[in-house]
Design a protein around this ligand. Sequence first.
Ligand code: FAD
Length: 374
Amino acid sequence: MTQDKGLQALESKVIAKDDCTLCGACVSLCPYLRSAQGRIVKMHPCDLTEGRCFDYCPRTPVDLHGLHQEVFGRKYEDIELGPLKSILMARATDGVIREKAQTGGVVTALVTFAIQQGIIDRAVLTRRGHSLLPQGIVVSGTEDILDCAGSSYVASPTLEALNREPPDGEQRIGVVGTPCQVLALAKMRASRLEKRTPVGRVALTIGLFCTWALTYKPFLDYLGNRLNRKDIVKLDITPPPEGLLKVFTAEEIIEIPLDEIRPFVRPACGVCMDMTSELSDLSVGTVEGIDGWNTVIVRTESGEELIRRAVAAGIIDDRTLPRENREHLKHASLLKKQRALHALEERGELNGGYLVLAPELMETILSYPTEEGP
Ligand SMILES: Cc1cc2nc3c(=O)[nH]c(=O)nc-3n(C[C@H](O)[C@H](O)[C@H](O)COP(=O)(O)OP(=O)(O)OC[C@H]3O[C@@H](n4cnc5c(N)ncnc54)[C@H](O)[C@@H]3O)c2cc1C
């Protein structure tokens, strides 16, 4: 029998093609796959013809209509920023959180608040290790949540931590993830294969904005050569026209032009259509040109309720997002979609590739006026 939806297919159609996003959705489901040093590694061959590893992967067939039905109860049609109830800018009121966080600390503040309020009991977060190797971790305590604050621009197999949790139980789980992780989570929910993971207990999904993530080993080697292996406290990326990776060490800030980093961007990011984690309850990113504030996209009722309660309790400050920022975000989001579609077209995978999208929708996205579009 042909094996077209199991581990062998995942290997040949995703991993061997360098299309793996390293989201971690395929790991900890069985003894055959592990993550190690920023890679997915096969431990043993598996002859199943259909497997959850293949089904959950964000680079195996993605039916956006079906997934939007699953998460939002309606088909995919909001092509600019995804489903959206409101959009605002916000920041944590707690100075300790803001100090440690990547941008305005909204993610850390909301996760902490959601646990304190009993909205969720635990959260799947990402912790950047000392060697810059990030990993998923399940946390419930305030200090542990704070310990995860800050962005790892190296891709993280975060969903591995969710899969390690017992499938049954009462505890509700929150997940913070990048667009590929949020997409994999939606695929896990929609999958018709036996679940055997706690995805049914995920009660809150906070998605991060993301343009790309880096491959661990070559990036680490590059940084090691540049920095002589000084301890890195934080990484930050500044938007164009500056376009820098800022590396904060205990002694100094080193600025590296983004063009030097691009060779380490995961190839899988080139065909990603999603900049704002469209399949989440809330999406959080930066506000271009306004330091220390987050853009927050509210997508679902539960996301709306969490923001309402957090504002009322004084956990976050909110403001209206300036119109030009909203326009810029829309533009950046559409540009990412156009680039992904062009990349798929170049590979001859606009049809029959991983993305299952009606030709009219592809046409609408491609014809949107952006600086690279018509
Ligand atoms: C790879 C990557 C690329 C990004 N690109 C953009 C971009 O192009 N534009 C933009 O506006 N914003 C981008 N962001 C988001 C931005 O860096 C901040 O995460 C966001 O503004 C939230 O800020 P905060 O202060 O509320 O987060 P914090 O309060 O500091 O919380 C950050 C949370 O992110 C989680 N996290 C960190 N690294 C990862 C990872 N690799 N995978 C999954 N979860 C992780 C941690 O669990 C933590 O809870 C990116 C983030 C990542 C991880």
